[in-house]
Design a binder for this molecule. Structure first.
Ligand code: PBG
Length: 331
């Protein structure tokens, strides 16, 4: 690459004004890049603040429908639904996750009928439903992979029947994309997408999310026997290759900001649609620092999201979605 040398080359020339910086910017953030995760709870016309996530609430179905309509209005392409299951409905085996009338299925059905043309993503994993907060079934103190797969297929089935467009397995069991894809093919469903959390790390940045879905207190031990080790990078490539091979339509790298190198490698080495998940802890850190007056909330938010695009993400899951969508469109 010929970069030129000073003074024939003066990079500051193109930085001299806004219009000029706009012209040469290599990556841009658009409202079409955003996926908005929403937390749903039982009841009607009720919202509860998630204390560790300023500006984020758990909302009843009627209000989540309003959020879906808002997302559509703002041009956000897709929303993702996460349930807070009442403690009384949680169990060792997370059976509520397989109930076609559970919160997620009710929500998906309601949104489908009232807000057409918005992508609905549902989470495939057992942790919102298990009394122990793990993502799978425990046998002799260990999250059993193959037994869990059977449950995940059933969970996927009821979510698809409810009308979700994209299944997002976040459980990190080996082989789950294959069995879910098989189930879809067996039922002649050629439209349902799988966006797999292919490179999901055992991260401390998920803490506030566990408050939101009410699993933090229940969780004993970590998720290190199935989520990835933060020290690994080549393994992420292998995980993603497996999921592509098994029938994923797109993949997620999670968390986002501390793992930009993984987003870069996955998107550029595998040339496959790669999404970043700016997780709860990242969101809360930016809010906490700005509440202290240490960071500018808006600027930090916009920069953090643009950097995902530079790293190679084709889209971003972010709790900032509605705020960013408005800012991008001067609303
Ligand atoms: C669980 C799940 C988690 C998140 C999404 N799905 C937490 C976990 O793995 O413990 C985290 C999202 C976030 O922190 O924003 N299957």
């Amino acid at each position: 690459m010929n970069t030129g040398s000073f003074p024939s080359s003066r990079p500051r020339r193109s930085r001299k004004s806004t219009w000029s910086r706009d012209l040469v910017r290599e990556n841009n953030l658009s409202v079409k890049d955003l996926i908005w995760p929403l937390f749903v709870q039982e009841g009607t016309n009720h919202a509860v603040d998630v204390n560790s996530m300023p500006g984020v609430q758990r909302q009843t179905i009627d209000l989540v429908i309003e959020r879906a309509a808002e997302a559509k209005e703002l041009g956000i392409p897709a929303i993702a639904i996460f349930p807070q299951t009442p403690e009384a409905l949680k169990s060792e085996n997370g059976d509520e996750g397989l109930n076609p009338e559970n919160l997620v299925c009710q929500t998906v059905r309601a949104i489908k009928s009232q807000v057409p043309d918005i992508g609905i993503i549902s989470d495939v994993a057992l942790d919102p439903y298990t009394s122990h907060g793990q993502d799978g079934l425990i046998v002799n103190g260990y999250v059993d992979n193959d037994l869990t797969l059977e449950t995940l297929v059933k969970q996927s089935q009821i979510q698809i029947d409810a009308g979700c467009d994209i299944l997002a397995p976040s459980d990190m069991m080996d082989g789950r994309v294959a069995v879910i894809r098989q189930m879809l093919e067996d039922s002649d469903n050629h439209k349902a997408q799988i966006m797999s959390y292919a490179a999901k790390y055992a991260s401390a940045f998920y803490g506030p999310f566990r408050d939101a879905v009410g699993s933090r207190g229940n969780l004993k031990g970590g998720k290190d026997t199935y989520q990835m080790d933060p020290g690994n990078s080549d393994e992420a490539i292998r995980e993603v290759m497996m999921d592509i091979d098994e029938g994923a339509d797109s993949v997620i790298v999670k968390p986002g900001m501390p793992y930009l190198d993984i987003i870069d490698r996955v998107s550029r080495e595998l040339n496959f649609p790669t999404f970043a998940y700016q997780v709860s802890g990242e969101y809360s850190m930016i809010h906490a620092a700005s509440a202290n007056g240490w960071l500018d909330l808006d600027k930090t938010m916009m920069e953090s999201l643009l950097c995902f695009k530079r790293a190679g993400a084709c889209g971003i899951w972010t709790y900032f979605a509605p705020v960013v969508a408005k800012k991008l469109q001067n609303i």
